[in-house]
Design a protein around this ligand. Structure first.
Ligand code: ADP
Ligand code: MG
Length: 688
C-alpha cells in the first residue's frame, strides 16, 4: 500500500461504507484523489447579506428571528403560500414560501432561521428558496459558499458535500504535494491541500479562484509533460535521417520560381529543412490559410529530400487533389530531372504494377497519391520524406503506415492543413508535433467579397449568377446541410440541380454528391475544371483543396448550419484566379451564434481570425479538424481563458523534459511517480 494518502481507497472516509463505495465507483471515484478531483461546477452562496445594501431582485441569505405566527393562503387547488414576519437586524421583513405547508408547525415565534431567496426591496419581502432553522442545526450552511456538484440521481448535494468535507478534514494534513516547493513559490501557487480545500469549500471567491489556479496549472502541466515525454520517446525510438541539405541548389530553385516567396514561406521552409538535417525524424504540422502557398513549400522540401538521395511521397485525400498536385509538382520539378508518378485507385492493373516496380527500384523520385499509397504491396527503395495534405482527413493509423514504409531510418513527416488552428489549440491537440505556420498571403490577393442575404432574395442571387456566367465565369452552389442525413442531403442537391437547370436552360448545370462513385465525381469535376459545366451544384464534398481558378461565385444555402471553419474552407474554392470573386451566404439564422457566424464571414477573409472567433463562439471541442486529433476534455482548464497558464505549462514541460532536469534532480521524484501512475511512460506507438 502506498504511503500517499491520495492513492488510498475512499472506504474509511466518514460516510462511505462498502455499499456507498460501489456507487462512487460507478462515478469513477475509487481513491481519495478521484474524490478530490470531482470538482463542483458552481457554488451556492449562503453568505449573510446586509439587506440595507442589497439590490432589488438579488439572491440573498439573511439570518433572523421569527416575529409572527405563520399565515397560510390557498392560491388554488395545488398551490398555497405560507408567510411570516421575520426580524433581520433592524428590519422587519416578510418571508414567503410556496407549497411548503409542512413548515406550518415549525415556523414558531422566536425561532432563529436562515433564509435564502429573492429579495423584493419594495415590499421588504424574501421569496424563500431554501431555509434552515438555526437552533437545531449542527452543520449549517450559514455564511458559506457551498459547492454544487453534478451528481447521479440517487445522490443528494448535502450528503455528497458532507462526505467531501469529511474526507478533506480527515486527510488534509497528509496530502502530499507533488510539485517542488520552488515551483510553488515561483508562481505563488496554492499548495495541493489548500487547492483541494479551496476548490470544494472556498472561503470566498478569491480563495476559490486561487485554488482553481493551482489545479489548472497541474492539469495543463501534466498534460504537456505527457506530450513532451511522448515526443522525446519518439525521437529516441525512431531515429531519423541526418542528411546534408544542398542549400545552394535549393536557393537556385527558389530564385527560379515565377514569384518571390513570402517571409512566412521562407521561415517555415527553414524550420522544415532544419528538422530534415537533424538525426530525429521530423514530425511537423504545417498550417496555412487557403492560398497561402503551402504547395510550393512542399515542393521545395521534396526537392531537398531528392537532392539528399531519397524518395518522397505526397498523400492527399482525393483523386482530384492527387492529380492537381501531380500537375503542380511536375511543372515545378520535372524540369530539374525528377521523376514524378501518380498512384491512385484509378490506375489500371498494369500501370499500377509499373509504378510499384519503379518505386521499388528507385526510378520514381516522388509519388503523389491517395490511400492507394498505403497498401501493403507498396514498397519504396528509400523513402525519406512523407507529406500529407489536409491531414485531418486521414486517420492516425493511416498516417503512421506511410511513415513505416521507410528503411531502417524513419522518414521525415510533414502534415499540411488549410484549417488554421489557434496556437492554444495547436499546442494542445498537436503538442507532440512541431508546428509551422504560414501566417501571410502572397501579395496582391483580392479579398473575396462576401454577402449575407436572406433566402427570400434568392431571385437576385440568380441574376447575379447569370451575369457572372455571361462574363465567362463559373459558380458553385452548395446545398443545405441536413444533419445526420446523407440521404436528404443528396435529395436536396438533386432538387436544387433540377431547379437551376430549369432556370438556366442555356447553361450547363452539374451535380456532385457523396452517392456518386469516385469515377463519376471525377468526371463531373474534370468537366467543371474544363469549363464544360457552368454551375456546379454540390453537397460539401467539394470542400477540400479543389482548384478551379475560373470559378468566381460560391453560393452557400443554409449557411448558418455550417461551422465557421467549414464556411471558410468552402469560400476558399473561389478567389483562386485573377478575377474578383464572391461568396453569397443564404441564411436566416435564428440564434445569436448563427448571426455572429455570418458577421464574421462578411467581416474577414483571414482564416486565423476566423478560427479564433470560432473558438470563442463554440469552444474547442467542435473545431473542425481538431475533433479527431484529440483535444482532451480538461476537467477545469479552459483553453480560451487559461491560455496564459497553458503557455507557461507548455514551456515548463518542454524545458524540464528536454534538459533532462526531470530525471536529474530528486525534487521531481514525486512528480515522476505521478506521471508513472498516469501511464505516461508506458510504451506507445508513434504518431498521435
Ligand atoms: P495552398 O496553401 O492553399 O495550398 P497553393 O500552394 O495552392 O496554396 O498556392 C496558391 C497559389 O498561390 C498557387 O497558384 C501558387 O502558385 C501561388 N503562390 C504560392 N506562393 C506564392 C508567392 N509567394 N507569391 C505569389 N504567388 C504564390
Ligand atoms: Mg531528419
Amino acid at each position: 500500500m502506498s504511503d500517499n494518502v491520495l492513492e488510498k481507497h475512499i472506504v474509511g472516509v466518514k460516510g462511505i461504507g462498502k455499499q456507498k463505495a460501489l456507487k462512487f465507483a460507478e462515478m469513477g471515484i475509487n481513491t481519495l484523489e478521484d474524490l478530490f478531483n470531482y470538482f463542483p461546477y458552481r457554488y451556492d452562496d449562503f453568505r449573510i447579506k446586509d439587506l440595507t445594501v442589497a439590490n432589488h431582485g438579488d439572491k440573498v441569505t439573511v439570518e433572523g428571528e421569527i416575529y409572527t405566527e405563520p399565515l397560510v393562503k390557498r392560491l388554488s387547488n395545488k398551490r398555497n403560500l405560507i408567510s411570516v414576519k421575520v426580524v433581520v437586524d433592524s428590519l422587519i421583513i416578510t418571508a414567503t414560501w410556496f407549497n411548503r405547508m409542512f413548515l406550518k408547525n415549525q415556523l414558531k415565534r422566536g425561532r432563529k432561521i436562515l433564509l435564502t431567496g429573492k429579495w423584493d426591496k419594495n415590499r421588504l419581502q424574501i421569496t424563500v428558496a431554501e431555509s434552515e432553522f438555526l437552533d437545531n442545526s449542527t452543520n449549517s450552511k450559514k455564511g458559506n459558499l457551498l459547492p454544487v456538484y453534478s451528481l447521479p440521481q440517487d445522490f443528494k448535494q448535502n450528503g455528497f458535500r458532507n462526505i467531501m468535507n469529511n474526507a478533506l478534514i480527515q486527510c488534509y494534513h497528509s496530502i502530499d504535494d507533488f510539485l517542488p516547493m520552488d515551483i510553488i513559490q515561483k508562481y505563488k501557487l496554492y499548495n495541493l491541500r489548500d487547492a483541494y480545500r479551496g476548490i470544494h469549500f472556498p472561503k470566498d471567491y478569491q480563495d476559490g479562484k486561487l485554488a482553481r489556479r493551482r489545479l489548472v496549472y497541474d492539469e495543463l502541466l501534466l498534460y504537456q509533460l505527457r506530450l513532451q515525454i511522448y515526443k522525446m520517446n519518439n525521437r529516441q525510438n525512431w531515429p531519423g535521417i541526418a542528411r546534408k541539405i544542398d542549400r545552394e541548389k535549393i536557393n537556385i530553385f527558389v530564385e527560379s520560381l515565377p514569384f518571390k516567396l513570402t517571409e512566412a514561406q521562407i521561415r517555415v521552409l527553414d524550420e522544415i529543412l532544419f528538422d530534415m538535417e537533424k538525426d530525429y525524424a521530423m514530425n511537423r504540422l504545417l498550417q496555412g490559410d487557403v492560398g497561402s502557398g503551402k504547395t510550393v513549400v512542399a515542393a521545395v522540401a521534396l526537392y531537398a529530400n531528392y537532392l539528399s538521395g531519397f524518395q518522397g511521397a505526397l498523400m492527399v485525400p482525393t483523386e482530384i487533389l492527387a492529380e492537381q498536385h501531380l500537375e503542380s509538382l511536375r511543372t515545378l520539378l520535372a524540369p530539374l530531372g525528377l521523376e514524378i508518378a501518380l498512384l491512385t485507385g484509378k490506375l489500371t492493373t498494369s500501370n499500377r504494377k509499373n509504378v510499384l516496380a519503379q518505386l521499388q527500384m528507385g526510378i520514381v523520385d516522388i509519388v503523389v497519391g491517395t490511400h492507394a499509397l498505403i497498401q501493403e504491396d507498396v514498397y519504396f527503395k528509400n523513402l525519406g520524406l512523407v507529406i500529407t495534405d489536409e491531414q485531418h482527413r486521414f486517420g492516425v493509423e493511416q498516417r503512421a503506415i506511410l511513415r513505416r514504409k521507410g528503411n531502417d531510418k524513419t522518414p521525415d513527416v510533414l502534415f499540411m492543413t488549410a484549417t488554421p488552428i489557434p496556437r492554444t489549440l495547436a499546442i494542445t491537440a498537436f503538442g507532440d508535433m512541431d508546428v509551422s505556420t504560414i501566417d501571410e498571403l502572397p501579395l496582391g490577393r483580392k479579398k473575396i467579397e462576401t454577402y449575407w442575404v436572406k433566402p427570400d432574395a434568392f431571385s437576385r442571387v440568380l441574376e447575379f449568377i447569370d451575369k457572372q456566367i455571361n462574363l465567362g465565369r463559373q459558380a458553385y452552389v452548395i446545398c443545405p446541410l441536413i444533419e445526420e442525413s446523407d440521404k436528404l442531403d443528396v435529395q436536396n442537391a438533386i432538387d436544387i440541380h433540377a431547379l437551376l437547370s430549369d432556370h438556366f436552360p442555356n447553361f450547363r448545370v452539374g451535380l456532385l454528391h457523396g452517392r456518386l462513385s469516385s469515377k463519376e465525381k471525377d468526371e463531373v469535376m474534370t468537366q467543371f475544371k474544363d469549363n464544360k459545366i457552368n454551375i456546379l451544384v454540390s453537397t460539401t464534398v467539394v470542400e477540400v483543396g479543389v482548384n478551379v481558378p475560373n470559378a468566381t461565385v460560391m453560393v452557400i444555402y443554409d449557411a448558418e448550419r455550417f461551422g465557421l471553419a467549414q464556411l471558410h474552407q468552402l469560400r476558399g474554392r473561389v478567389g483562386r484566379g485573377s478575377n474578383q470573386s464572391y461568396c453569397i451566404l443564404l441564411a436566416d439564422p435564428k440564434s445569436e451564434i448563427g448571426k455572429e457566424r455570418m458577421r464574421v464571414m462578411v467581416e474577414t477573409n483571414d482564416g486565423f481570425e476566423i478560427a479564433r472567433r470560432d473558438l470563442k463562439l463554440r469552444g474547442p471541442g467542435d473545431l473542425f479538424g481538431v475533433k479527431q486529433s484529440g483535444v482532451p476534455d480538461f476537467k477545469l482548464a479552459d483553453l480560451i481563458n487559461d491560455y496564459r497558464t497553458l503557455e507557461v505549462a507548455r514551456s515548463d514541460a518542454e524545458k524540464w523534459v528536454i534538459s533532462g532536469e526531470l530525471w536529474k534532480n530528486s525534487k521531481w521524484n514525486k512528480l515522476l511517480k505521478k506521471l508513472k501512475q498516469l501511464g505516461v511512460f508506458e510504451k506507445q506507438t508513434i504518431d498521435g
